[in-house]
Design a protein around this ligand. Structure first.
Ligand SMILES: Cc1ncc(C[n+]2csc(CCOP(=O)(O)OP(=O)(O)O)c2C)c(N)n1
Length: 581
């Protein structure tokens, strides 16, 4: 009998990739997609997996592997698909050789993202078919279906998940790996060289393929019909299906495993059989707008929100008009997002705050420099944008204007897309100061390696890109490295580099505090020496609190021994009491 195990959605996708015979996977981390690649590593004997510097590269690596004739995948979060949009739109025309699937994880409710975009919209624009599972078992099995359909219809597929699916568990039945033979590579420039004459013909071709797929969708086993009470019918897909089953167990349901293209005939037949039709989909009215465009009456976003996650209770209220009494959650004290104790970013922001500088910020742990008491980061848009935002300000308002500004960016983000922006600054005679907060990891998403850490996803040692040398190679003449905790040197360096008329890069090189698991030195505060000046509290370290009398207390369970508070105390009230063993 087949073994059954409980798996997270992301784990099940990795298993699905293994069973589907995938040979190459490339990814850039992004919550909630990251663990797919991390789980895939257990299959490294059979599947090559890597971290790419960004999602465009990851997608292109997968396309290359597919052209060569093997099953290939790339993984990213929803905003990563924007970075990969360029290859996405063109590979849509090219089609595949070996099956090609991009896993894209959406984040309704914005648990860890900068927007709530709906991948199905992007997929529709790029004319890419989309499969969406509703639990871990489907995550594994539908992933295999995606490869089969990809090869059958010569289409790259998107496999859409959401945070709830990625991070909840379900029962999965393990199967053997399908050792799919490599396909022959046949040179075909009409298919694989997207110049106008070829692309024009491919456009016609993919319209045809999508039509065929839409027709086939009416009988695909991943689109399922559950006929019950016909007074209410619901069309749904993905995780919202679970809420429908919980809140409305007796209604008839059309569950779509493939959400683009839609099975029109199946939907029309279903709509004809039910009295009132609801369309339950998180985020945008993607299914709803199409269904209504076919003249079918349905209720959707009139009563359901386009924001956030759905729930069974939300459906009970909206559809059944039930007053749902939920026990109010215990009043938890407000906890603002905060940098970890000992985080080197805090030290950098303390200095920037002291110098009253604004920062064009970027995406990473260091985005938290936007909140009090650090309050340095003024802008955060998307990965890599800090440097170009600063550049835009300078070109708009002149050099003097950005004297109060720097750009801050993390090491992983710099290698992701920041490097292009720095190139642009050098090329276009900029004078701004860029600070690369190099903590030797991709901290925000849980410590993934990148091209400058010296280790691959599969655990092999590799060449570590030399970030200072990279900046110099781009033509930056002023490249300085400073320890993030040497705050007097950092302050001096920032002032000096700000005064220069050409681009400067300051790299604050101090590893993420969570990387070092060894015992740390420990500091205590002497109440008798404390003058209650509050200087040590300025950076907002969570290990430090005030006693009732205003003196300082250091929580030894939180202190990581970074020493920033000791550096700030002018009265020797903070002392190193124990050096780590
Ligand atoms: C296009 C895109 N891809 C991925 C992410 C997910 N993500 C957020 S921050 C980040 C990188 C953070 O690493 P780093 O720049 O080194 O800063 P740190 O968090 O270590 O301070 C990633 C991958 C994203 N927000 N956008």
């Amino acid at each position: 009998m087949a073994e059954k195990v409980i798996m997270l959605g992301n784990e099940a996708i990795a298993r699905g990739a293994y069973e589907a015979g995938v040979k190459v996977s490339s990814a850039y981390p992004g919550t909630p997609s990251t663990e797919i690649s991390e789980y895939l590593v257990q299959y490294k004997e059979d599947v090559y997996e890597e971290w790419a510097p960004n999602e465009k590269v990851a997608a292109e690596v997968a396309v290359g592997a597919s052209i060569s004739g093997v099953r290939a995948m790339a993984c990213m979060k929803h905003v990563g698909l924007n970075v990969a949009a360029d290859p996405l739109y063109s590979v849509s025309y090219m089609g595949v050789n070996g099956g090609l699937v991009l896993v894209v994880a959406d984040d309704p409710g914005l648990y860890s993202s900068q927007n709530e975009q709906d991948t199905r919209m992007v997929a529709r624009a790029a004319q890419i078919p989309v499969i969406e599972p509703s639990d871990s078992a489907e995550a594994k099995d539908f992933f295999k279906t995606a490869f089969e359909l990809s090869e059958k219809y010569d289409r790259p597929f998107i496999f859409r998940t959401t945070t709830r699916l990625a991070h909840s568990q379900g029962l999965v039945e393990l199967q053997e790996r399908n050792e799919v033979p490599d396909k022959e590579y046949v040179k075909n420039i009409r298919k694989n060289v997207m110049m106008p004459g070829n692309a024009r013909l491919r456009h016609v071709e993919i319209e045809k393929r999508n039509q065929e797929l839409a027709e086939a969708a009416n009988t695909l086993p991943i689109n399922t019909l559950e006929m019950n009470d016909t007074s209410i019918g619901v069309i749904t897909s993905g995780i919202p299906y679970q809420y429908v089953k919980e809140a409305l167990p007796n209604v008839s349901v059309l569950k779509l495993g493939m959400v683009n293209p839609l099975p029109r005939k199946m939907i029309e037949d279903f709509a004809a059989k039910v009295d009132t039709l609801y369309i339950v989909e998180e985020l945008d009215p993607v299914i709803e707008e199409q269904v209504k465009s076919w003249g079918i009456q349905a209720i959707g976003k009139e009563i359901f929100t386009v924001q956030g996650e759905y729930s069974a209770n939300m459906l009970r209220t909206a559809v059944l008009k039930e007053e749902v009494k939920v026990k109010a959650p215990a009043e938890a004290p407000q906890r603002p997002p905060i940098l970890c104790p000992g985080c080197p970013h805090r030290s950098v922001y303390h200095v920037l705050n002291k110098l009253k500088l604004h920062a064009a910020g970027d995406i990473g742990c260091y985005t938290l420099g936007a909140v009090a008491p650090l309050s340095v980061v003024d802008t955060t848009m998307c990965m890599g944008s800090s440097i170009s935002t600063l550049h835009g300000m300078e070109k708009a308002r002149g050099r003097e204007y950005i004297k109060d500004w720097v750009a801050v960016i993390g090491d992983s983000t710099f290698l992701h897309t920041g490097v292009n922006s720095l190139m642009n600054m050098v090329y276009n005679h900029a004078s701004g100061t860029v600070m690369i907060l190099d903590n030797s990891t991709t901290g925000m998403t849980g410590h993934q390696d990148h091209a400058a850490t010296g280790k691959t996803l599969m655990g092999d040692p590799t060449y570590a890109i030399d970030i200072p040398a990279l900046c110099k190679a781009l033509g930056v003449k002023n490249v300085v490295e400073v320890n993030a905790f040497d705050i007097s040197l950092l302050e001096k360096t920032i002032k000096e580099e700000q005064a220069k008329e050409e681009v400067s890069v300051i790299i604050t090189k101090s590893p993420c505090v969570l990387l070092d698991k060894s015992k740390k030195p420990l500091y205590i505060a002497h109440e008798d020496k404390c003058k209650k000046c509050g200087m040590c509290m300025k950076p907002g370290c969570p290990a430090m609190t005030k006693n009732v009398d205003g003196t300082i207390h250091i929580d030894d369970t939180m202190c990581t021994g970074c020493g920033l508070c000791e550096t700030l105390c002018k009265f020797d009230a903070i002392e190193l009491v124990k050096v780590g063993e």
